[in-house]
Design a protein around this ligand. Structure first.
Ligand code: HEM
Length: 500
């Protein structure tokens, strides 16, 4: 008898949960907002992480409902919903004009148990505002110029390393060289250490930084559950970062801080700038950062700046290999500016390289390394000129990959054409048609640094080497389906020939 009761309770619970989820999956329909059919219990996310990237789901929604409604609805697995914004004017309002209603992303963080997770990317509300205000002066043009010499030195090392290796074989996996180049630049600037992964691909720093990317503590699904139920996750002491990662980077940065303070050493890097904001008071002080906050932001700068910049350069070189005319035009510009600056690549010279900047923007358009922007609605938000409302507590996704690959905005979007970013062409488009670095008060704080190091890497390589595809070059490229960013799942083999 008891067994029968237990069995009945289990069956009733399963049926109730099934119908509850089914009911939740009708959320958008009940509000008259269009959505694609769902697969139980995956929502619109069936196959994401295995056979599909999240950009593919957003693209299908965008292609189906664009011009039919300002927003479409969609569902994550087990019923949670989000809105996809399809209208560029509305995107502008969300990211800029009505930012006060959309200042958070609602990513999970847990400062008490995992101080590394409380960083500028994840933090919310007033805490985020204060941190952003404190960190903004770290990224001015003057501060970028300050770090230029470090970047320039590491570019010399890249050329030296390639010269050594190309003697053996002119075909190289350029993705690997760029990952090591970027690791060394951001590692040096964010942590103040002398890392040289270009020389030693297996150095401890590279091993841990790779691990931070490729071996997360939890699955994406679990992280998404934590973001949906942050209070429960915090009560359960959930951490985002693996303990070995936290220990390694804490030891590293604390070591740098102690060494610099003891010997009164100042260098041209982020850690120097962050140390100027340091307080020894463990409680927060206006305009100051605790040691833990400094460590968390340094690691974030590394994580946010490494893969984005390295993938941008990799995709750009891949395109230049297949487009020799564009490559030659870029080389002509680089050589002209090089000559005008006493045969050196200077900060000012790098800033003058407009065509190279167009190549970077076209790469960020075609590949959209960050394929969506995320915001969270604080209050009910009635949409202008319609009966729709984005309800308080709704996550809003801005499908940047789809906008960047919309043939009505960028004709023949698969063609790589930097002239799309000629100033007069840019002026013809909607200001939200390009969102490679996001926009508004919560845009990419590191955009200047990202642009500087990407330009430096590309200018150095294009000036010194002719870049060609070879029999090992993958075509087309495949993407990692389970990464948040758009990144190549293939090694990118190219042939490099010295031209100087
Ligand atoms: C080519 C390189 C890069 C690209 C394409 C890129 C792109 C982006 C994008 C699209 C966002 C979201 C913006 C939004 O939601 O409106 C973002 C945020 C952010 N990026 Fe970058 N990024 C790059 C390099 C960097 C670098 C080098 C750093 C640090 C040194 C950095 C630090 C950050 C941080 C901290 C945020 C969060 C800002 C906040 O929430 O206040 N990024 N980035």
């Amino acid at each position: 008898m008891d067994l029968l009761i237990v069995f009945s309770v289990v069956i009733i619970s399963i049926i109730s949960i099934y119908f509850y989820i089914k009911w939740k999956f009708s959320f958008w329909e009940r509000r008259g907002i269009p959505s694609l059919p769902v697969a139980f219990p995956y929502g619109n996310f069936k196959g994401v992480g295995k056979t599909k990237h999240i950009k593919d789901v957003l693209h299908e929604i965008y292609a189906t409902f664009k011009d039919k409604a300002p927003i479409a609805g969609a569902y994550l697995a087990f019923s949670s919903n989000f809105a996809v914004v399809l209208d560029l004017d509305l995107i502008k309002n969300i990211l800029i004009k009505d930012f006060n209603n959309f200042h958070d992303r609602r990513h999970f963080y847990n400062e008490r148990d995992d101080f590394m997770s409380a960083n500028l990317l994840t933090m919310q509300g007033q805490e985020w505002r204060e941190l952003r205000q404190v960190l903004t002066p770290t990224f001015t043009s003057a501060k970028m110029k300050f770090m230029f010499s470090t970047i320039s030195e590491i570019s010399e090392r890249l050329i030296k390393k390639l010269d050594e290796d190309l003697d053996q074989n002119p075909i190289v996996d350029i993705k690997d060289y760029l990952a090591r180049f970027t690791t060394d630049i951001i590692g040096t600037c964010a942590f103040g250490i002398e890392c040289n992964s270009l020389k030693d691909a297996n150095c401890e720093f590279r091993v841990y930084s790779k691990r931070a990317f490729l071996q997360p503590r939890h699955s994406r699904f679990f992280i998404y559950l934590c973001a949906e139920f942050p209070e429960i996750a915090r009560a359960l002491h959930v951490k985002l970062f693996r303990d070995d990662i936290t220990e390694f980077f804490t030891r590293l940065i604390k070591g740098t801080i102690t060494y610099r303070e003891k010997n009164d050493i100042h260098r041209n890097d982020f850690i120097d700038l962050l140390l100027r904001l340091k307080t020894n008071n463990p409680n927060k002080e206006d305009g100051k950062l605790t040691v833990k906050q400094i460590i968390a932001q340094s690691l974030l700068f590394f994580l946010a700046g490494f893969e984005t910049s390295s993938s941008t350069s990799g995709f750009a070189l891949y395109e230049l290999a297949f487009n020799p005319d564009i490559q030659e035009k870029a080389r002509t510009e680089i050589n002209r500016i090089f000559k005008a600056h006493n045969n050196q690549i200077t900060y000012e010279g790098l800033m003058e390289m407009q065509y190279l900047d167009q190549i970077i923007n076209e790469t960020l358009r075609k590949y959209s390394i960050v394929p969506r922007l995320v915001r969270y609605t604080q209050e009910n938000y009635p949409l202008p000129n319609s009966n729709f409302v984005i309800e308080k507590g709704t996550k809003v996704y801005i499908p940047t990959y789809s906008i960047h690959n919309d043939p009505d905005i960028y004709p023949n979007p698969d063609i790589f054409d930097p002239s799309r970013f000629d100033p007069e062409e840019v002026n013809k488009r909607h200001p939200m048609a390009f969102l490679g670095f996001g926009t508004g008060p919560r845009n990419c704080i590191g955009a200047r640094f990202g642009q500087m190091q990407t330009r430096m890497g590309l200018a150095t390589l294009i000036r010194n080497f002719e870049i060609k595809p070879c029999s090992k070059t993958p075509k087309p490229l495949r993407y990692h389906p389970n990464m948040e960013l758009v990144s190549s799942a293939n090694d990118i083999y190219l042939e490099l020939r010295r031209i100087l």
